[in-house]
Design a binder for this molecule. Structure first.
Ligand code: APR
Length: 320
C-alpha cells in the first residue's frame, strides 16, 4: 500500500515541528510548502537526515509551488503571521485572510480530497475563511485549538493535583481566544470530576479558577516568554493527534473548531466543540449539556467568534 501523503502548508516553527513529529510517528511522506524559498527545502533535508538516526521511514521534500501538494491525504495549514508580544490573535486578521485565500486556492486545485486542519490564527475565523476559499466539504475542514487548550488545562490541573498528566482529562469549548470556556465539571482525574476533588480537599475553588484563567491566557504566556513568536511544540503535537485520528480512523473524541449547523442552536459557523474524528473527517459533534453559567460563557465566546467572522467579511466582501 502506498504511504499516505501529508502536506504542511507553512514551514515555520509549527510546520517544521509537524514534519518532525509526522516522521517520528511514520504517518506518511511529508511535503513542506512555504512562500519563503529554501526554508521548506532546508527543513525537509534536515529532518530527513534524522531518519537514519531515529529509524523512521518517511520521505521529506520542500516546495514553493502548490503542485507539490498534489493528492495529499492531509493538509495542515500554518501559513501566515504569528503573534508578537502585545498583539492579540485578532490583530493577525487582515494579513492572514489574504494568506487563506492563496492556501485555499492551492488546496482546491491540488488536494480536494484531503482532510484539512487549520492552525493559523485567529483560528475560528481563519478556518471558516479557509473553508470558504477551498470549497471542500465542511466535515473535511477543521481547526486545531481545543486539543491544545485542553492540553494546557490538563497540564495545569496535573501540576495542581500532583498527578500524572496522563490521568487528567479536561474539556475546553468555544472560540480559541480569551473567551474560551474551560469546563471544570467535565474535567476529571481518572474519572473523578474536578468539583468532587475540590470537595475532597485536593484543591480550592480559588486555585481552580486561577488555573482556568491561566489556561485562557496560556498562548499569551508563551508569547510573552518567547518574545519572537508564539507556541509551536504543543500546537504541533495537537494537530498531529488530529491527523492521526483521521489517517488511522481512530474515532477519537477531541475538542476541535468544527462546523456546527444546528448543533448547540448555532447556524452554520466554526467553533470549538467536542467532535469525533475518523476516516470520514469530522464524523459527529457531541452536544453536551451546559448549565446556565457555562451556557452564558459559551454564548459570549460564540459572539466573539461571530464578531471576528463579521470583521473578515468587512475586510473581504467576497466572503459573503
Ligand atoms: N503561503 C505559504 N506560507 C506562508 C504564506 C503564504 N501566503 N505567508 C506566510 N507564510 C509562511 C511564512 O513564510 C512562515 O514560514 O508561514 C510560516 C509561518 O511560520 P511562523 O512565522 O514560524 O509561525 P508559526 O509559529 O509556525 O505559527 C503559524 O499558527 O498558531 C498559529 O498564530 C500562529 O498564525 C500563526 C500560525
Amino acid at each position: 500500500m502506498a504511504r499516505k501523503k501529508i502536506a504542511l502548508i507553512g514551514s515555520g516553527n509549527i510546520g517544521g515541528t509537524l514534519a518532525h513529529l509526522a516522521g517520528l510517528k511514520e504517518l506518511g511522506d511529508v511535503v513542506l510548502f512555504d512562500i519563503a524559498e529554501g526554508l521548506p527545502q532546508g527543513k525537509a533535508l534536515d529532518i530527513a537526515s534524522s531518519a537514519p538516526v531515529d529509524r523512521f521511514n518517511a520521505n521529506f521534500s520542500g516546495a514553493n509551488d502548490y503542485s507539490a501538494i498534489e493528492g495529499a491525504d492531509v493538509c495542515i495549514v500554518t501559513a501566515g503571521i504569528a503573534r508578537k508580544p502585545g498583539m492579540s490573535r485578532d490583530d493577525l486578521l487582515g494579513t492572514n485572510i489574504k494568506v487563506m485565500q492563496s492556501v485555499g486556492e492551492g488546496i482546491k486545485k491540488y488536494a480536494p480530497n484531503a482532510f484539512v486542519i487549520c492552525i493559523t490564527n485567529p483560528l475560528d475565523a481563519m478556518v471558516w475563511v479557509l473553508r470558504e476559499k477551498c470549497g471542500l466539504p465542511h466535515n473535511m475542514v477543521v481547526g486545531m485549538a481545543g486539543v491544545l487548550d485542553s492540553a494546557r488545562f490538563r497540564l495545569f490541573l496535573a501540576e495542581e493535583f500532583n498527578v500524572s498528566v496522563e490521568d487528567v482529562t479536561a474539556f475546553v469549548l468555544g472560540g480559541h481566544g480569551d473567551t474560551m470556556v474551560p469546563l471544570i465539571r467535565y474535567s476529571t482525574v481518572a474519572g473523578i470530576p474536578v468539583p468532587d476533588l475540590i470537595k475532597m480537599g485536593w484543591s480550592t475553588q480559588a486555585k481552580i479558577d486561577a488555573i482556568v484563567d491561566r489556561t485562557r491566557n496560556g498562548g499569551a504566556e508563551v508569547v510573552a516568554l518567547l518574545k519572537t513568536g508564539s507556541a509551536f511544540y504543543a500546537p504541533a503535537s495537537s494537530a498531529i493527534t488530529m491527523a492521526e485520528a483521521y489517517l488511522k480512523d481512530k474515532k477519537r473524541v477531541l475538542p476541535c473548531a468544527a462546523y456546527v449547523d444546528g448543533q448547540y442552536g448555532l447556524d452554520g459557523m466554526y467553533v470549538g466543540v467536542p467532535s469525533v474524528i475518523g476516516e470520514g473527517g469530522i464524523e459527529r459533534i457531541v452536544e453536551i449539556d451546559m448549565n446556565a453559567e457555562e451556557k452564558a460563557m459559551f454564548d459570549n465566546s460564540v459572539n466573539a467568534v461571530k464578531g471576528l467572522v463579521e470583521a473578515c467579511v468587512g475586510i473581504d466582501p467576497s466572503l459573503k
